[in-house]
Design a protein around this ligand. Structure first.
Ligand code: DAH
Length: 340
């Protein structure tokens, strides 16, 4: 009786194993055969009713069936795993002959790239790089730069005021007074950064960038300023660049100059970039007004200084032949891709 049951259980299990298509089914069969209420478990319990002399024979048979079924399950499991692996390998096949897709390499935006170049040049010349706040007080942006309230030169900078005393800095010159208040002369600093004015056309943007330079020492002269600017401009635009100095006016420098360089595109012959003049206006500079030194607590009898400030957007436009300042702020990938 028990032996018949054992035989039919084995046949059924073997049939199920052959038919199984997944690991889930294999585990179900395992449960049905070897589990707590599995068929082999209950047949083993049935040994109680077998005559004692028959028990060793029946016990050995049950063990034989157990070993055979375990082996069959193990085989089937290996088969299924292999089939699964083959399927995966087939569907994930890699075509090693396909040409590689080039990596998408980014590039520095022209503004930070110009800032990096100028900082490298100036640091080599002994300047340290400093920063100042973009939300600035009227005092540092104007008053400490010798531009008192109601001074007509304020009109040249259409400033974004936040309230009567707080504004978005209209010039990096604001950093000059901040540094003079805290640094002991002699020192040489440059300050690149964002500046803001209510101005917008093909060469002006409400947000733009300037780089300010300031040197304070005992015997600083216009000759030092001119030679320093000549070195910086030649390193930036090339050794054959012609530099022109013109008298000008700024409240914070006395005397003041404006600096032009020969157009790097046409080398002075005249083209659309320089509007046929052969020269490009680049920056303002001068000998720091003694009033500015005194306001910031520097003894103007002992120390003198020179300063310069120029537009970085214009510099980036000249160096990269960019026709409209708006391209610098549009975030258009097609434009940025050309900067690689
Ligand atoms: N701050 C001036 C401007 O925005 C530029 C400038 C001129 C800066 C002369 C200077 C300077 O330091 O000496 O137009």
């Amino acid at each position: 009786m028990l032996l018949d049951e054992l035989k039919s259980a084995q046949a059924q299990a073997e049939q199920d194993i052959v038919a199984a298509q997944s690991m889930k089914e294999i585990n179900e069969i395992r449960g049905k055969v070897f589990g707590k209420s599995g068929i082999l478990t209950s047949l083993s319990r049935g040994m109680r009713d077998v005559a004692p002399e028959e028990r060793p024979k029946v016990g050995a048979l049950i063990n034989e069936v157990r070993t055979a079924l375990e082996a069959a399950l193990e085989d089937k499991q290996t088969q299924l795993e292999q089939a699964e692996l083959n399927l995966k390998l087939e569907s994930e096949q890699i075509d090693i002959t396909e040409p590689a897709q080039g990596k998408c390499k980014g590039a520095l935006h022209p503004i930070p790239s110009v800032i990096d170049r100028l900082c490298d040049i100036c640091v080599e010349l002994g300047f340290s790089v400093v920063e100042g706040p973009e939300v600035e007080s009227d005092y540092y942006n104007f008053e400490a730069m010798n531009i008192p309230k109601n001074h007509p030169s304020r009109d040249m900078q259409d400033t974004f005021f936040i309230n009567d005393n707080i504004l978005l800095r209209s010039q990096t010159s604001a950093v000059q007074a901040r540094e003079m208040e805290v640094k002991k002369p002699p020192f040489k600093i440059i300050c690149p950064g964002k500046t803001y004015r209510n101005d917008s056309d093909s060469t002006h943007s409400p947000v733009f960038h300037q780089l300010e330079g300031l040197v304070i020492d005992e015997n600083v002269s216009m000759a030092d300023l001119k030679s320093m600017l000549t070195i910086i401009m030649k390193r930036l635009y090339g050794d054959d660049t012609v530099i022109r100095f013109r008298p000008s006016f700024f409240p914070f420098t006395e005397p003041s100059i404006e600096v032009d360089v020969s157009c790097p595109t046409c080398h002075g012959k005249g083209c659309s970039l320089c509007k046929g003049t052969g020269m490009l206006e680049l920056l303002g500079a001068g000998i720091v007004n003694p009033k500015v030194l005194e306001m910031s607590g520097i003894d103007s009898k002992k120390y003198r200084g020179f300063a310069f400030g120029f537009g970085l957007d214009r510099t980036a436009m000249i160096l990269n032949s960019i026709g409209n300042i708006k391209y610098l702020y549009k975030n258009d990938k097609r434009f940025l891709e050309q900067m690689k």
